[in-house]
Design a protein around this ligand. Structure first.
Ligand SMILES: Cc1cc2nc3c(=O)[nH]c(=O)nc-3n(C[C@H](O)[C@H](O)[C@H](O)COP(=O)(O)OP(=O)(O)OC[C@H]3O[C@@H](n4cnc5c(N)ncnc54)[C@H](O)[C@@H]3O)c2cc1C
Length: 413
């Protein structure tokens, strides 16, 4: 059985960042990444692909070019976890043992939890920026929209990038408003299972103003249950106190954000939390597993109760690395993750609210500006600076500080 000092399962944003930071901190560590994909995508760019700003190819790199020097890449998937024996089974049936495991498999998109959706996607104006092969269809649908109801949905589970379902809505609305004839015949609906527009009050307030300015219809506590492509109807379960009712809204286009959960292989393993989601059950401050001390997790698959974003990994990775090294050294785990996450809330072409916040919902701005304001500068940060930081700093393990402005730098640990 092959043995690795540190085995990372998943070579996405989280796995690559953790591997790079570990090798920078301690080059002699033996690190392996178990990752089947040969392409890696900058998913935060997909909203802008669906809105015609980037091409999909601009968000892609060869996985091989991102594996840090000196790290062993095993091109397979994990098929089973046995944390009591410190082993992982791969898709080819091989067993790998480890001193320390990092689980970073990302999230699973549960399209089939919405009746009629899987077969309807990519037809009849039914689309989603959460599937890369549909991004061009999103853009085509928005451009060819001639009026009627345009629906944008948010499911009942935690999702990656909680702002994405409404960012594409504001961008689409900008396109609709370019034609007075289309705009006059259009009603935009934001249908969300949540009780409000955004979970963080400081950023919910400006978003309420954006929605009101655009005359967007909000429908809270609305969970999409079924798509009827032939009649172009969306069926929602609407929560009303203890009871619920069904509501059918006809559409000309609908952008669906599916329910999400941990991948099956994680959710059915001893690493998972009991209950919905099946996330890897880690301590919210240390990122260490609550039952298996030689297991850590970060990124979307972890149970860390922050907003699931690539930006959050910039806060998590230095904490995980510091604590993992302390664990190897037999020292106490003293680094603490404060829940930092960032969601650049695009509110239209050329403007964005840079929502950065911690576990307590406190704004944590990286710039010395009121973070709750829509700004052209934050659009440029989202479109130009953040992709550059991702490819050149974060994935390369340089981003130990998550603040951009010298002097405002605050220890994340
Ligand atoms: C439309 C959209 C918009 C977004 N917008 C933003 C944004 O504006 N800002 C932001 O910060 N974030 C945004 N995000 C979220 C961000 O992309 C994710 O939070 C981030 O990619 C999570 O990183 P991760 O490594 O946990 O998962 P991923 O990057 O998805 O990587 C998981 C990796 O694990 C691999 N894997 C899966 N199963 C296995 C297995 N069994 N064995 C081995 N490997 C496996 C996968 O192949 C993949 O490479 C957006 C995402 C989407 C889809």
């Amino acid at each position: 059985m092959a043995h690795h000092q540190i085995l990372i399962v998943g070579g996405g944003a989280a796995g690559l960042t953790a591997a790079s930071q570990l090798k920078r901190a301690r080059p002699q560590l033996e690190v392996a990444i178990l990752e089947p994909a040969t392409d890696h995508y900058y998913q935060p760019g997909w909203t802008l692909v669906g809105a015609g700003v980037f091409s999909l190819e601009q968000t892609r790199r060869d996985e091989a070019s991102l594996i840090p020097a000196g790290v062993h890449w095993i091109r397979e998937a994990a098929a089973g976890f046995d944390p009591a024996a410190s082993t992982v089974t791969t898709s080819s049936g091989a067993s790998l043992s480890y001193d320390v495991l990092i689980v970073a498999t990302g999230i699973q998109l549960c399209w089939d939890r919405i009746k009629g959706l899987p077969e309807a996607l990519g037809t009849q104006g039914i689309t989603s920026n959460y599937r890369k092969d549909l991004l061009d269809y999103t853009w085509k649908t928005i451009q060819e929209f001639q009026g009627g109801n345009a629906l944008f949905t948010f499911p009942q589970t935690p999702i990656k990038c909680a702002g994405a379902p409404q960012k594409i809505m504001y961008l689409a609305d900008d396109i609709f408003q370019r034609s007075a004839a289309v705009s006059a015949k259009t009603t935009v609906y934001y249908c969300t299972a949540t009780p409000g527009i955004f979970a963080i009050p400081a950023f919910a307030e400006p978003l309420k103003q954006v929605v009101a300015r655009r005359d967007i219809q909000t429908r809270f506590q609305h969970t999409l249950k079924e798509i009827r492509p032939t009649s172009k109807e969306a069926v929602f379960e609407v929560k009303e106190g203890e009871s619920s009712r069904e509501e059918v809204i006809p559409f000309e286009m609908i952008h669906v954000t599916p329910p999400m959960a941990a991948p099956e292989v994680v959710a059915t393993s001893p690493l998972a939390v009991k209950g919905p989601g099946g996330w890897v059950e880690v301590d919210k401050y240390s990122t260490q597993h609550v039952r298996y001390p030689n297991v850590f997790s970060l990124g979307d698959v972890s149970s860390l109760p922050n907003s699931k974003t690539a930006a959050a990994i910039r806060g998590q990775a230095p904490v995980l690395v510091a604590n993992l090294l302390a664990f190897l050294d037999g020292q106490p785990l003293s680094a603490r993750y404060d829940g930092y996450a960032c969601c650049p809330l695009i509110t239209g072409y050329g403007r964005a609210i840079m929502a950065e916040f911690n576990y307590d919902g406190q704004p944590m701005p990286s710039f010395p500006l009121d973070p709750t304001q829509e700004r052209a500068s934050m659009w440029l940060v989202k479109k130009n600076l953040l992709p550059w930081l991702y490819w050149n700093r974060m994935l390369k393990g340089y981003e130990h500080e998550r603040r951009f402005v010298p002097g405002l730098a605050k220890a994340a640990r």
